[in-house]
Design a binder for this molecule. Sequence first.
Ligand code: SF4
Length: 213
Amino acid sequence: MEESKILEIYRTLLDFFGYQNWWPVYSDNPFVEISFGAILTQNTSWKNVEKALKNLIDEDLVDLEKVSCIHEEKLQEIIKPAGFYKRKSRTLIEFSRRFKDIEKDKITRDLLLSVKGIGKETADSILLYALNRPYFVVDAYTRRVFSRIGFFDKNLSYDEIQELFEKNLPEDTDIYKEYHALIVELGKSFCRKKPLCKDCPLFANCKFRIYNV
Ligand code: SF4
């Protein structure tokens, strides 16, 4: 695919929605807060994550040392608003134990993926937004939007989709961060399961729109 096509869509989305400025941070520990947020956001809305993060900030628990030795049931109560709180509390504790004594530049994708409960999307979100490393994040919205507009088959693997974006974009973490945020915004606002194509900024070039609306 021509580089210009992927960049063209990025610019169209940026013109339409403006900068999203992800990732919002409210504590003085961005690495930990973003990493915890990336784990908490699995299978839930950001609104619910914000409630859980607020509880963590209020309890002064945006801290790997403290979470590494917290009582699991106490953490479950604190992060309950984010849902799946038993599984997520185990992941937060394991993440904290694993990384509390490791220099940030020693944290690799493989190390992140070795933590139970951290998959590729979560690992790449941590690498990109918490560690500023050039890993393009692929989520369900990326798959839905770009398969609908005709860039690839919806069954393409995570790694293949990621490679497609990384090959066709400049290796620029600012672009990767904004682009992922813009795709999420498009997916929430227009390219829903039942899409609202009429006012979508990608309407003109979308195959799904042409054949289904
Ligand atoms: S035109 Fe419709 S199907 Fe295509 S990207 Fe926009 S909302 Fe999704």
